[in-house]
Structure formats: structure tokens, C-alpha cells
Write a new protein. Structure first.
Length: 152
């Protein structure tokens, strides 16, 4: 064996050893970083999220929150169509609405659920159909809130 061969072999061994060590320390460091980020996400972020949510709730009044909820419920043309239809007639069945509108029954169901959650409509189950009517009290409240907001 020549001396050059031994030097070459030693340098290759060192390079592989250094490479393995650097990978080991990279893995170990990365593991600690992921542990630290997990601890931060688990313990600290909820504290900041709660402070932000609490400050929004303190900054807005109950009236503003109700108006925002009504506005969200009325924020789609299909929901506006349903509200307009129900304001013209006393009640309507969900099957009749699905025949009038060119949307899937599941989509209509989600729109009705959003209106119901906001309190603008109420549904009564009359098997096998559901009868929907305007919730007159909340509908009048929404009208008054928006008139007041718009200065009408």
C-alpha cells in the first residue's frame, strides 16, 4: 500500500465521519427546535389568541354583534331570495324552495341552516317536510338595526 492510498482512505473516512456527525447534530437540533415550537404552540399561543378575542368582544357592543350576525346570514343571493320569498308569503316548504332554485338540496339546506342559526327564520318539522317561516321578531330587529346603521 502506498502512502497516498492511506491518506486518501483517511480523508474519506474523516469526511464520512464529519458528514454523519453533522447529520446527527442536525437531527438532534431539529428535534429540540420542534419540541420548543410544540411547547410554544401548546402553551403560549392560546394565551395570545384569547387576549385578541377578548379585546374584540370588549370593543364591540351586543348590538354590533347581532347586526354582524344578521349581515353574515344575508350575505348570499340565495339567502336573500329565501328571505324575500318568505316576507311575501307566510310560510314555505323546503321542497318548494328546492324546485324554485337551481341549486342542490344540500346547498339549499346549508343556506337555510345559516338563516336559522342567525334567527331570521324558523323551521317546523312536519314529516316528511320542513316548513320555514320568518321569525318576525328577529326580522323586525334586523330591519331596525340596519335602518339605524344606514341612517334611514
Amino acid at each position: 500500500m502506498s502512502i497516498n492510498y492511506l491518506i486518501d482512505a483517511m480523508s474519506k473516512w474523516r469526511a464520512s465521519r464529519i458528514k454523519n456527525l453533522s447529520l446527527y447534530y442536525f437531527y438532534k437540533t431539529n428535534r429540540y427546535i420542534s419540541k420548543i415550537s410544540f411547547v410554544i404552540k401548546k402553551n403560549l399561543l392560546p394565551l395570545f389568541a384569547n387576549q385578541r378575542t377578548m379585546s374584540i368582544e370588549k370593543a364591540t357592543t351586543d348590538k354590533q354583534q347581532r347586526m354582524a350576525r344578521y349581515a353574515k346570514a344575508m350575505g348570499h343571493p340565495v339567502r336573500m331570495y329565501v328571505l324575500e320569498l318568505l316576507s311575501k308569503q307566510s310560510c314555505c316548504y323546503s321542497g318548494d324552495l328546492s324546485q324554485d332554485l337551481p341549486i342542490a338540496k344540500s346547498t339549499l339546506s346549508q343556506h337555510l341552516k345559516e338563516l336559522r342559526d342567525a334567527g331570521l327564520i324558523q323551521g317546523e318539522i312536519e314529516s316528511p317536510r320542513i316548513r320555514y317561516c320568518l321569525n318576525k321578531e328577529n326580522w323586525k330587529e334586523a330591519q331596525l338595526l340596519f335602518k339605524e346603521f344606514l341612517g334611514l
